[in-house]
Every structure is written in C-alpha cells, then in structure tokens.
Design a protein around this ligand. Structure first.
Ligand SMILES: Nc1ncnc2c1ncn2[C@@H]1O[C@H](COP(=O)(O)OP(=O)(O)OP(=O)(O)O)[C@@H](O)[C@H]1O
Length: 259
C-alpha cells in the first residue's frame, strides 16, 4: 500500500496503443470514496480502453494505475479484489437461476453467502421473489440490477460501470441510478461511462471529458457549465434556453459525428 488512499482509484499518465493507434495518450484522474465520477467522450475517444486498462484486461504502454492504494502491476491480486466490474448483461448463462449466478460469483470472489444474506441482497434490488427465476427470463432492467449486484458482491472500494443504463426504459434507468447513488452513500467510489449527458449532469459528482485519447476537462458538472457558458461554440449548440452539460460537451468536442 502507498500513501494515496484518499483516492480509491488513481490513474497517472496512462497510455494505451493498438499498433499504430494511440487510443489513450496521457490520461490522469482520480476517484474518491463516496464519489460518482463520469468518464465522458464521443465514440472512439478512449473510454473503454481506459476502463480495460484499469480492469487489467490490457497492459498499458505507459502510466500507473492504483486501486485502493495497490498498484495494479505490482499488486494485481489486491488491486483486483478492491474493484468490482459490472459485466455486460449477456455475460451470464441464461439457464442459471439468479441464486445460482450470485452464489457462483460470490464463490469466485471468496465470499460465503448464506440464504438470509442472499435474500437481503435480492430484496435490495427488488428481486426477492425472483430468486429461483432463470436469468434469461428477466427483463433487461432486472438483468442490469443482477449484474450490478454481482459487481459489488465482495464489497469492493471501487465500482466500474461501462454504460450501465444503455438500452433501459426510463423506469429501469431511474431504479438503477438510485441503486448507484446508494452505493455512493455507502462510500464506494464509482467510475462510469455514459453517453447520456443529462444523466451525467444530474448524477455525477465530477466528470472528465475525454476526446481523441486525452482528457480535455475535469470538474463538477456545475463548474464545467459555469466555466464554458460564454464560449461561442457552446452558445452556438445550445437548444434549451439554458446551457446544459451536453452543450458544453458538444462545444468542447465538436459537432462532427464520430465513426
Ligand atoms: N482492439 C483494438 N485494436 C485496434 N484499435 C482499437 C482497438 N480497440 C479500440 N481501438 C481504437 O482505439 C480508439 C479508442 O477506442 P475505445 O473503444 O477505447 O473508445 P470509446 O471511447 O470506448 O468508444 P465507444 O464510445 O465507441 O465505445 C478508437 O480509435 C478505436 O478504434
């Protein structure tokens, strides 16, 4: 452990390259306990590459990543035990029941769950009556809630969510955000990506805007709006009679559609 424990995640000068493509150029940011930090960027900006490096799915070309004080290169097991990753909903076997899936992942993380604890967890995500339903029979929103539950089954300090609300209806989205906000209240540090500027503006404590592999702004949504509300590019794309985070995002990253 080092002395950087005021952050659950520290990323310093991260670089990721795929052959000739420099996907992440020199990215640095930190996530504190009890904070929802949004990594926002257009398609191809480098968000997934950054998350993949943090998750240990790829080896960065340069930079340091520290999770709960553990360097992921020198202490990979401790670092990974301190983070929870929300897997895509289709990562789970459709024919297993919710109970079987949660028990399976709890086992992988070395957490023993008795029936009462499992029931309490399912109760918290509104699925207490569905313990024996097969995963494939759940709605998209229910599947997302199960995958979030699995991400935190080992009570990690850091939770990583890659576009957690994509494809959900408004009710399911709202329910998932409430769950994510509850994790913040419990002191987890949360790093998420989203393409919804509206959600980021209302939920994230701080955000970083990444474009072409570099972070071009980091702050609270309010401070970013305040700082850029008079930029000509931001005013030019404003549509609601007030400046929103989306206006600032498009003003800073441009109006051209990315591949
Ligand atoms: N395996 C790969 N091989 C080559 N290039 C890649 C690979 N993965 C990503 N890239 C490129 O790296 C850059 C960053 O991609 P990345 O997926 O990290 O962006 P992103 O911000 O997550 O985009 P999206 O919002 O579309 O998911 C893009 O130019 C992408 O084409």
């Amino acid at each position: 452990m080092d002395n950087q424990t005021q952050y659950v995640l520290q990323v310093a000068d991260l670089q990721v390259r795929y052959g000739n493509v420099q996907a992440v150029k020199s990215v640095s940011f930190g996530v504190k306990p009890g904070e929802i930090f949004g990594l926002l960027g257009p398609n191809g900006a480098g968000k997934t590459s950054t998350l993949s490096a943090i998750e240990g799915l790829l080896t960065p070309n340069a930079g340091t990543i520290t999770v709960d004080g553990y360097n992921i290169t020198s202490h990979p097991l401790h670092a990974r035990a301190s983070m929870g990753v929300q897997l895509q909903a289709n990562s789970f076997q459709a024919e297993l029941t919710i109970t079987e899936i949660v028990q399976l992942y709890a086992g992988i993380y070395g957490v023993s769950l008795n029936n009462a604890a499992l029931q309490q967890m399912l109760d918290r995500i509104g699925l207490a009556d569905a313990a024996n339903r097969r995963y494939g029979q759940l709605s998209g929103g229910q599947q997302q809630r199960v995958s979030l539950l699995i991400a935190i089954v080992h009570d990690p300090k850091l939770v990583l969510l890659d576009e957690p609300t994509t494809g959900l209806d408004p009710q399911s989205r709202r329910a998932l955000w409430e769950r994510i906000e509850a994790l913040r209240t419990q002191g987890h540090g949360i790093l998420l990506t989203t393409h919804s500027m509206e959600e980021a503006e209302s939920v994230c404590d701080r955000i970083a805007i990444i474009d072409h592999g570099s972070i071009i702004a980091t702050d609270t949504p309010e401070a970013l709006i305040e700082r850029h509300r008079h930029d000509a590019e931001v005013i030019a794309v404003s549509r609601k009679g007030r400046i929103t985070l989306e206006d600032v995002f498009i003003g800073l990253t441009g109006t051209s559609v990315r591949a």
